[in-house]
Design a protein around this ligand. Sequence first.
Ligand code: DIG
Ligand code: MN
Ligand code: MN
Length: 388
Amino acid sequence: MSTFLPKPEHKFTFGLWTVGSTGRDPFGSPVREPKTPAELVYLLGEVGAYGVNFHDNDLIPIDATFAEEELIKKDFRKALAETGLVVPMATTNLFGDPIFKDGAFTSNDPKVRAYALQKTMRAIDLGVEFGARIYVFWGGREGTETDSSKNAVDSIKRTREAINFFCEYALDNHYNLKFALEAKPNEPRGDIYNPTTGHMLAFIETLDHPEMVGVNPEVAHEHMAGINFMHGVAQAWEAGKLFHIDLNDQYPGRYDQDLRFGSRDIKAAFYLVKFLEDVGYDAPRHFDAHAFRTEDYEGVKDFARGCMRTYLMLKEKAQQFNSDQEIQSILAEINAVDSELTPYFGKYTKEKANSIKEIPFDRASIANRGLKYEKLDQLTINLLLGYR
Ligand code: DIG
Ligand code: MN
Ligand code: MN
């Protein structure tokens, strides 16, 4: 049995805002004293994380003076050097300040849209300064409560114009950056544009530089939309667009809970980890989650350790699944190739079409075949519960 201790090769990362969450929620004030970015880096170093991510204002307060900014960066850089943590991803807070109350890129106010461009360019510079290679856009306020307020087509066009602008900004400055778009269906806005990873994949194809832009799917966000998260991740991967991933957990039909990874739907988490490991996903495994409001900072460390341990335990379960003879023999049987039909699949030809039209099918006998999915699923449960 391995000890499930995180290593740099696992590329486990946390945002400053995750382990730095002070436990504020819509119905209660903070329960934990805030820690500085440097203190959070040391905390992440203690639990064995590989990297740390930040929104611009997680690191540099929006009204910091130049001197304050330089001191913060100096301490942050020192903590990174002493712990060995890296900064794989950065992003912009375009949702916290009141100016963004009606969105940033999709705000009806051109002053807000212009300020959002300015703030994001500065945040990109900051992320690049600390080595970020992936830049995330989460449009938390890009939406409506009343659709009397915005033209949905104009909103998509404004979003496209902004992302095109930042792709050109990165090219113009020779930044080695990839952009990752993160979807969420609602909260904090009543409805958010581009609400799922699928919407984002379609949107990316309308951009001027689609090759620079991928997605950053988040477990909780797709669960909020009632979607099978692994299926969306698989579609993004197959399209070559899985640039980053936000791992956490979520009870269906609730607000964005950002729970510890694997703490709610262990079976869904298993299939996700199995997929990521089976395909050799090699980008950061980012836990965009936070500890329960009940916790002190020892509890926050328990939360962070739990995210990484659960991932590693499920990684071992996936290896067991892949080497389980009974499971693999069932999979081999239900995926058997029919050599007689093989010539008919693949690209279209007129000959194939005409031949397929003439094949006699015995629908009843084909339909009567039992697929052993109950046995396969129970074997999976047995394995996950440690009885296999
Ligand atoms: C929320 O799930 C969003 C913001 O925290 C951030 O912009 C993004 C990066 O992981 N996730
Ligand atoms: Mn979330
Ligand atoms: Mn996220």
